[in-house]
Design a protein around this ligand. Sequence first.
Ligand SMILES: [Fe+2]
Length: 197
Amino acid sequence: MLSKSISKTTEERRMKNVIRCVHHHAFRTNDMEATRKFWEDLLGMPLIGVFVETTDPVTEKPSNYMHAFFELGDGNALAFFQFQEGLYKDTAIRGPQDPFDHHIALEVDSKDTVLAYKDKAEKAGYDCMLIDHGYCYSVYMHDPNGMQVELTTRVKETDDIIEEAAKTAHEDLKKWLAGVTEANNKFRRLRGDNEAS
Ligand SMILES: [Fe+2]
């Protein structure tokens, strides 16, 4: 998404990028109804398709699974698979979903929306965590499959911070790899210290 305040350099860099946007994101579930409740009832992403398949495309062997899609405002979707034969029913086989291994971030329009989702999710019994990253403002929660979900918004400082960060990104990488490990994000505040929007 482009904004009016970005520089020509930033705009040209983005226009040159052949990879335009997130198309879909897929995840396995063992409980599609709990998944539907989280994504459709809590977050408001409509279930727009459920496709049942009887062959595993990876093994080409008989299988039975459904592939369900929940739609984003841009027409893209998040997808979930559930297998009838109960593969990976035991989460010990799959292991816990570490947010640093994997999480998905979805953009909303404002801090007010982030905070409204936090309120709604907490009332519905989901634990939430706020982080003001400086360049974006996020609430984190887990869906019923253990996937960490981040709802985030751009803030008025976003474009300026990213413009500056882009100038030193390669140098910052080199420095960190060489052992210079102090924090360089002076804008970050943890757990909603800066909740006022
Ligand atoms: Fe993130």
